[in-house]
Design a binder for this molecule. Structure first.
Ligand SMILES: [Mg+2]
Ligand SMILES: [Zn+2]
Length: 189
């Protein structure tokens, strides 16, 4: 039995965008995110975070920090009964940073590597799944994998919407004020 998933962007979608989150103290969950994730859990969706974290390539923080931060996110969400099933991140950048992290990888959104990895780890029907995010690259990721596309107006969402050509704006399946509203719409599909 293939499951449906909601692939969530992290910064600007679940937690407030602070331009390279690199301290636990700066982690603030956006209003509506907790209840939205819980709603998706209760509806039987896998909830999977897919996030570009080029701060690793840029030397701003390391993968160990991301593990600690993601555990803290899980703890905070748990307090309101919400659960993220898995985190997938891209630590790379094509032109910034050093060593193994400086690479033209297949996982930096809008490339599809993170979702492909998730689909290999879980049995996911990607065509009945959704991508929710605040950036144009999140919408392009949705289109690249054949999932539904939901833009949230938190984080960079308002600017992202404004910057899109009309033809692409019309391709977005739903524009939501925040993750809570996005989850309500997804659960009504
Ligand atoms: Mg974002
Ligand atoms: Zn990558």
């Amino acid at each position: 039995m293939m499951r449906r998933a909601v692939f969530l962007d992290r910064d600007g979608t679940i937690n407030e965008e602070v331009n390279y989150l690199q301290a636990i103290d700066d982690l603030r969950i956006i209003n509506g995110a907790c209840s939205g994730i819980k709603r998706l859990n209760d509806a039987g969706f896998l909830v999977i975070v897919v996030t570009n974290q080029s701060g690793v390539a840029r030397g701003l923080f390391d993968e160990e920090f991301l593990d600690v931060l993601h555990r803290e996110m899980l703890n905070r969400l748990d307090r309101c009964g919400a659960r993220i099933d898995a985190f997938y991140y891209c630590p790379h950048h094509p032109s910034e940073g050093q060593g193994i992290y400086r690479t033209d990888c297949r996982c930096r959104k809008p490339s599809t590597g993170l979702i492909e990895r998730a689909c290999a780890d879980f049995s996911i029907d990607v065509n009945r799944s959704f991508v929710v995010g605040d950036a144009q690259r999140d919408m392009r990721l949705a289109w690249n994998v054949g999932a539904g596309s939901v833009l949230v107006l938190t984080g960079y969402g308002t600017d992202s919407l404004r910057g899109l050509p009309i033809s692409e704006r019309q391709r977005i399946d739903y524009v939501a004020a925040d993750l809570g509203e996005a989850a309500r719409w997804i659960c009504a599909q």
